[in-house]
Design a protein around this ligand. Structure first.
Ligand SMILES: [Ca+2]
Length: 485
């Protein structure tokens, strides 16, 4: 009798387990992706100096992710976000430039191409940064339309390959002849579709214009389903803000730009509410890498490094009725998980002919107390090397100069000191290449505990070697631009 009851109870439990298919459908998706915004740059993640009322409300109505990973710099982060793979697997380097001759390969399946299979209208508004040549632009990667800048806002035009629109607006004394001369910093072109429509872009009004474009698109596609990918140009340097925000914050232009981003979020939320789309729209807010030249407390490091501060991003998701309001998820997840997650919620099958590194994180979004979605996270540096690995609470740095980038110098010194100490203790010199941090008790990565946990070091080291080798063995090529001249 008891066993029958157990069976019945188990059966009922199966019936009532939140079932993935229950969330499949065609929700609209708005993915807001900030440039160079660090963990502590907004109110919901501890910033007390900047006013972000709309993001505060967003967090109160949604779920914060406190262990959400991007990568150290721009292009690699966007490659991960759009393909569900580590950037090394799809051969996209840290940062692309106006002189770069590569881009995301056309064979890669992007977030937009996933939802396209279910008839979504798609748009990208903002910084693309996955190849600026015609064959790499967003409209070749599943996006119906594109308005924004092709790479970072401190770069310039590609004088040879840029396609100028007939009615291109030249500003600040710029002419077509000068544009073809090229090489003027901080004069990024603004594009619509495949053509430059404004050069140099008026950066003061970009956040405002992107927002208006997003709101217009949402209104035009209110009958859905739609996918808006909004990778803002801000808050990457050079900072800018429109007149309504300039000089208004306590943190100078940085705070002004952040507060305008917050306004932008508010505009999108208000539009969704007005059109009664709230319950059928998933909104995600996150960033591409850590803050440039400032701290990301409580984490160590900033942009360009693989310290947590360089790659752990603020992330909030909101979907009323599906995502429990005012909650926090501490399980780790990241950019690479977006593609499998989008596939799950739209009922699209993942491609079977390739490896996808990310995992479906819908349990992390919907369940009250979710378990881990992935057991391992790999931290690739901007130079393509595998810098660190995380499993559970443990993060092991694999290389000398841990963290990479600007943070590396201090660490090199630390490594030197450690080497000396190890030598003195008669330890193997090789051990100084590794540093182990317990992220459960040491968020700031201050205390290397590798000596106390040699078995963890050995396990993670073997795991990292094996995973890195697998990725390099099965990596896929970037697209290569063939000069037609
Ligand atoms: Ca960035």
């Amino acid at each position: 009798m008891k066993s029958l009851l157990t069976i019945i109870t188990a059966f009922i439990a199966i019936l009532f387990v939140p079932h993935a298919s229950a969330v499949e459908g065609k929700p609209n998706i708005v993915l807001i992706f900030i440039d160079d915004m660090g963990y502590a740059d907004i109110g919901p993640f501890g910033n007390k100096d900047v006013r972000t009322p709309h993001l505060d409300k967003f967090a109160a109505e949604g779920r914060k992710f406190t262990s959400f990973y991007a990568t150290p710099v721009c292009s690699m982060s966007r490659a991960s976000l759009l393909t569900g793979c580590y950037n090394v697997r799809v051969s996209i380097p840290g940062v692309l430039f106006p002189k770069s001759n590569i881009g995301l390969h056309s064979n890669e399946i992007t977030l937009a191409e996933i939802v396209k299979q279910k008839g979504y209208a798609t748009i990208v508004i903002g910084k693309w940064h996955l190849g600026h040549h015609q064959e790499f632009l967003p409209t070749t990667q599943g996006f119906d339309s594109y308005f924004g800048i092709p790479y970072s806002n401190d770069m310039t035009i590609d004088p040879v390959n840029a396609r100028l629109a007939k009615d291109c607006v030249f500003r600040d004394g710029m002419t077509e002849a000068k544009a073809r001369d090229g090489a003027i910093r901080h004069t990024v072109p603004l594009m619509r579709g495949t053509e430059v429509v404004e050069y140099p872009a008026d950066q003061d009004t970009l956040t405002k214009r992107y927002t208006e474009e997003a709101v217009k698109f949402i209104r035009e596609h209110k009958d859905g389903p739609f996918f808006v990918y909004l990778p803002h140009t801000m808050i990457h340097f050079p900072l800018a803000a429109s007149d309504a925000f300039k000089g208004k914050s306590k943190l100078g232009l940085l705070g002004d730009a952040i507060e305008e981003i917050d306004w932008s979020v508010g505009q999108i939320m208000a539009t969704l509410k007005e059109l009664k789309l709230d319950d059928n729209t998933l909104v995600i807010f996150t960033s591409d890498n850590g803050p440039a030249g400032r701290a990301a407390p409580p984490y160590r490091g900033s942009k360009g490094t693989t310290w947590e501060g360089g790659v752990r991003e603020p992330c909030i998701m909101r979907w009323p009725g599906k995502i429990p309001a005012g909650t926090t998820c501490e399980q780790f997840a990241g950019n690479i998980d977006m593609l499998p997650t989008f596939a799950k919620i739209t009922g699209v099958e993942l491609p079977k002919d390739r490896v996808i590194d990310g995992r479906d994180i819908t349990p992390l979004m919907f369940e009250a107390k979710p378990g881990p979605a992935r057991d391992t996270h790999l931290y690739f540096a901007g130079n393509g090397s595998l810098s660190a690995i995380r499993q559970g609470q443990w993060k092991l740095f694999l290389t000398k100069g841990q963290g990479g980038g600007k943070g590396a110098q201090a660490t090199k010194d630390t490594a030197k000191e450690k080497k000396k100490a190890n030598k003195a203790a008669g330890a193997e010199a090789e051990a100084s290449d590794f540093a182990l941090y317990d992220l459960a008790t040491d968020l700031g990565e201050t205390k290397d505990v590798s000596a106390e946990h040699p078995e963890v070091v050995a396990k993670l080291r073997a795991e990292a070697t094996q995973r890195d080798a697998e990725i390099r063995e099965h990596k896929r090529p970037a697209g290569e631009h063939q000069e037609t001249r």
